[in-house]
Design a binder for this molecule. Structure first.
Ligand code: HEM
Length: 479
């Protein structure tokens, strides 16, 4: 009897403790749930990934922005995410509270680029590498690249004039690869450059593959090509050390750097950052250039104004006799600069960026839980009519004035903002200059008849914008 009583007491106490714990847990969960931003996490695991990548991303973001406002949750590529669609929220994540978020990239990208590359780091190591990359791409350095970029631009454009329809994006990638190689290594012999191009192309095809390291997979091929690429970079490092290269480029900046303890960077740190810059420079600039061709082809008045600006350049200098560009010329292309700015806004090829909350973070009363991704939505901000009236209209004149702070971020913002933005703009100005002065082109309808957009992995016009180019002096369609 006494035993039964004791058992009852024990049972009720245990039940009370269990109920209390359950209550605490539920109330905490519902409190957390209620503090999460509005929005749907979609299907288990796939979340809303298919919805995002099966349509123009503007439609995906806009519908949620209209429904929920500046901050909402979703689930993409296997991760719960908080999307941030206002200038203030983007600034919170990228600038004022950047230390609460770390950069976040898919594992396959980190493995193929290399874990010591600038993108994957915060703090001391990141700022050291960043200074070196910035120095190697400073205005003072890149102005000396002009003749070499011009040479690459002209030979690239010439190679398109063979009477066939080309994939503009793929061809632009050749141009942006060669210019990236120039800023990394300076002038290179063509045999080394060809091997570099061959191997990097295989690495490039692996970035968006499934990270399955089995014989025959794209990922395995990319890993092997990456190993060969690393070997080639090591050879260049050895040569540069032996010959004490004086040239000012990324390789020499990385090679000559010593930290406060007198330590040089390790060879693999140098290789990872070189492959990282190739990755950052190639597809981005090629996508924007492809969009520029599309936008100026679609608006004859804008094309005429660009042509007029470039024709006038030489007339105003040296009495019209000079034929190659100077730094001063590139600083005197205001209309083309505005076309580029408007293209960067309209296309917003880097539609958003990824960060990951390192602790639970509160923004405007909403919780961004630790481990969740936080995505500042550059594209939504660039297409918000409050900051850019009639946002779907391609209108370079909107860049005659100054933009509201933090509303225009094609090159990102804060500690990870793009250190290559000036060289990217310089490349674009030089290519456009020679294109409109010496060439003509006609857009072709994509084979699929689809005139929309595709991911490659940045947004590009369908099928890379098929087009036919010819020299101004030649009969149409002939090389
Ligand atoms: C039009 C072309 C380009 C666009 C739109 C662009 C855009 C961006 C953006 C948005 C970021 C920031 C990403 C983030 O915060 O997560 C970034 C970072 C970066 N970009 Fe660019 N980029 C372009 C061209 C280039 C070029 C030509 C180079 C080098 C030659 C370059 C090198 C880098 C590097 C190294 C970073 C990482 C910086 C860091 O983590 O501190 N980019 N770029």
């Amino acid at each position: 009897m006494e035993g039964a009583f004791m058992f009852q007491c024990f049972f009720f106490i245990a039940l009370a403790i269990f109920s209390y714990l359950l209550f605490k847990h539920n109330s905490k969960a519902s409190k957390t749930e209620s503090k999460l931003p509005p929005g749907s996490l979609g299907w288990p695991y796939i979340g809303e990934t298919l919805k995002l990548f099966s349509q123009n991303p503007s439609l995906f973001f806009d519908s949620r922005y209209r429904r929920h406002g500046e901050i909402f949750k979703t689930h993409i590529l296997g991760y719960p995410c908080v999307m941030l669609a206002s200038p203030e929220a983007a600034r919170f994540v990228l600038v004022t509270h950047a230390d609460l978020f770390k950069p976040s990239y898919p594992k396959s990208k980190e493995t193929l680029i290399g874990p010591s590359a600038i993108f994957f780091h915060q703090g001391n190591y990141h700022s050291q590498i960043r200074k070196l990359v910035q120095n190697s791409l400073s205005l003072n350095v890149i102005r000396s690249f002009i003749p070499a970029i011009e040479f690459i631009a002209l030979s690239t454009l010439d190679s398109w004039c063979n009477g066939t329809v080309i994939n503009t994006f793929q061809q632009m990638k050749k141009f942006t690869f060669d210019t990236a190689v120039l800023s990394i290594f300076g002038e290179l012999d063509s045999e080394f450059k060809d091997r570099l191009k061959y191997n990097y192309h295989i690495v490039d095809t692996g970035y968006n593959s499934f990270p399955i390291n089995l014989p025959g997979t794209l990922f395995r091929k990319a890993l092997l090509a990456r190993r060969r690429l690393e070997g080639m970079i090591h050879d260049k490092i050895t040569q540069a050390r032996e010959r004490k290269w004086e040239q000012n480029n990324l390789l020499t900046c990385l090679l000559n750097y010593k930290d406060e303890d007198g330590q040089f960077l390790e060879d693999n740190q140098i290789a990872d950052n070189i492959i990282g810059v190739l990755f950052a420079a190639q597809d981005t600039t090629a996508s924007v250039l492809t969009w520029i061709i599309k936008y100026i082809s679609d608006d004859q008045d804008i094309l005429t104004a660009v042509e007029r600006e470039h024709k006038a350049l030489y007339v105003s200098s040296e009495g019209g006799t000079q034929t190659s560009l100077t730094w001063a010329h590139t600083r005197n292309m205001p209309f083309t600069q505005r076309v580029i700015s408007e293209c960067l806004r309209m296309a917003s090829i880097v539609a958003f960026t990824y960060r990951e909350a390192v602790i639970d973070v509160e923004y405007n009363g909403f919780l961004i839980p630790k481990g969740w991704k936080a995505l500042p939505l550059f594209r939504s901000i660039h297409h918000n009519p409050e900051f850019f009236p009639q946002p779907e209209k391609f209108d370079p004149s909107r860049f005659e004035g100054v933009q509201k702070p933090n509303t225009y971020m094609p090159f990102g913002n804060g500690t990870h903002a793009c250190p290559g933005n000036e060289v990217a703009k310089l490349e674009m100005l030089i290519l456009i200059h020679h294109l409109v002065r010496n060439f003509r082109w006609e857009l072709a309808t994509p084979k699929s008849g689809d005139c929309g957009v595709q991911y490659a992995p940045f947004l590009i016009p369908a099928e890379g914008l098929p087009a036919k180019f010819w020299k101004k002096s030649d009969a149409k369609g002939h090389a």
